[in-house]
Design a protein around this ligand. Structure first.
Ligand code: 4AD
Ligand code: MG
Length: 434
């Protein structure tokens, strides 16, 4: 590991008790009580109370309080002292302050701001405590997922963002001028992942995916990231086991590594702690019956709406797997059940606490001729799928996979209301800036 290039971070300060250190960061807040002033410094790894005492520093240093503003950039030198009452258990007795830039009046203050204003200032808002915590959880979710795949013989397999294939329906495609033809932004890496699985056995695709969603909900982005494992010689049952193990691993990793963030977010971690394997499994029929038994107006054969998903998920403490779906409402590539051709071997996973679908996947159709029929039924052009059909001509095997929506998962793990806060720069129907 590179030794931080000699830089010391606030996170590690307890090790430096009574030592002189220099920290580089930004002014979070300032407070003066006459002969002493306090600056809370943030450096991206933590917050630190810096104490400037008139009798301990030269006059020029003491007067810097009048110059400094919120978010000014500074390097601060001083002696680290253990101090129970300070945030992080340490404070800094300041000796010198080097100012890099005095910040203009910062638009974001601790007072309440409207969401539109905060989103317009997203490039600054990400410095705020809560946003910072959410994005750190995102980092840990990615880390957990990647560790899980890497430790289980999955090979990272990158798929293109520009593609000729409509894989998840034609209504949510973004078109891009591609020389003399039209390309789509990728809705899923799955089809390419399937090619990868025939080469490596187990692969995972991880990257951004795009959907021109017409819905403005708190669960939809137009650009979101998906973790998509694809596994050769794997049926729907094994697929469900992989999905369940992945989620369990992410939850446990976050419980171990995100305590500080959960505290900032006031996350009720008991809800995460009570998650246990095996997760409950319902067929689509059982889930539909559950809704009907509760007198919910649900039409058999349609997809569950957000409110339906919440009712189903509320019955359980752990995420719930729903499998065996009406084939009509699922993608063209899904394999049908042996015992009922009207059912697709798809599986979705709903997060607890009403966070909705975090995983979609299933077993893939592996027969060439059936797949050709499905492509026709879905009125998709055959030409762009020729390479995909090849996979059924050269050593086709039963295979399965799924896509975990990263931002939906982070929304749930953080226990926050809206998906837009789980990605540094969200893209929605109405937002392309910043
Ligand atoms: O269920 P979906 O559409 O499945 C697929 O795309 C498969 N090809 C994946 C695969 O089998 N490899 O999407 C997968 C997940 C959803 O469960 C949801 O969590 C997330 O992606 N998702 C979205 N997240 C945010 N905004 C949107 N507009 C999303 N659409 C789907
Ligand atoms: Mg889905």
């Amino acid at each position: 590991m590179v030794e931080n290039m000699d830089k010391i971070f606030i996170r590690d300060l307890k090790k430096y008790s009574d030592k002189e250190v220099t920290l580089h960061g930004w002014v979070y807040s300032l407070r003066s009580i006459g002969k002493i002033w306090f600056m809370i410094l943030r450096d991206g790894t933590g917050m630190l109370q810096c104490v400037v005492v008139k009798n301990d520093v030269d006059q020029e240093t003491f007067q810097k309080e009048e110059l400094l503003t919120q978010e000014s950039s500074v390097s601060v030198t001083g002696i680290v002292r253990l101090e129970q009452r300070a945030i992080g258990g340490v404070e800094l007795g300041v000796k010198a302050i080097e100012i890099h830039q005095i910040a203009d009046e910062y638009p974001i203050s601790p007072k309440e701001h409207g969401t539109a204003f905060l989103m317009d200032n997203r490039h600054l808002w990400i410095r705020s405590k809560k946003q910072h915590a959410i994005l750190k959880v995102r980092h840990q979710v990615i880390r957990a997922a990647r560790n899980f795949f890497d430790d289980n013989d999955f090979v990272l397999f990158d798929s293109p963002m520009l593609t000729a294939n409509a894989a998840e329906g034609t209504t949510s495609l973004f078109n891009v001028d591609y020389y003399d033809r039209t390309a789509y932004l990728s809705q899923t890496g799955q089809l390419y992942g399937e090619a990868g699985a025939m080469s490596f056995n187990r692969v995972y695709v991880f990257g951004p995916t795009f959907r021109a969603e017409k819905s403005k909900t708190r669960r939809h982005l137009t650009e979101f990231w998906m973790l998509e494992p694809e596994i050769a010689y794997c049926d729907i049952n094994e697929n469900m086991e992989w999905a369940e193990k992945l989620i369990m691993h992410i939850v446990n990793h976050c419980l171990e590594n995100c305590q500080a963030e959960f505290e900032i977010l006031e996350r009720d971690v008991s809800k995460l702690e009570q998650i246990k394997m095996p997760f409950p499994r319902l067929t689509y029929d059982e889930a539909a019956k559950l809704l009907n038994d509760k007198d919910i107006d649900f039409e058999y054969g349609t997809d569950f709406g957000g409110a339906d998903e919440t009712v189903i998920a509320e019955q359980f403490d752990s995420p719930v797997i729903i499998h065996r779906w009406p084939a009509e409402i699922k993608a063209f590539y899904m394999k049908r059940a042996n015992d009922n051709p009207d059912l697709a071997l798809g599986m979705d996973i709903l997060a607890p606490e009403g966070y909705g679908e975090i995983i979609g996947g299933g077993q893939r159709e592996d027969d060439h001729d059936i797949l050709v029929e499905r492509i026709k039924e879905h009125k998709l052009p055959m030409e762009p799928f020729k390479w995909y059909l090849d996979l059924r001509k050269y050593g086709s095997v039963p295979h399965s996979g799924f896509g975990l929506g990263l931002e939906r998962t982070v929304t749930w793990i953080c226990g926050i209301k809206h998906i837009r806060e789980t990605i540094p720069f969200p893209r929605t129907m109405a937002r392309l800036e910043p």
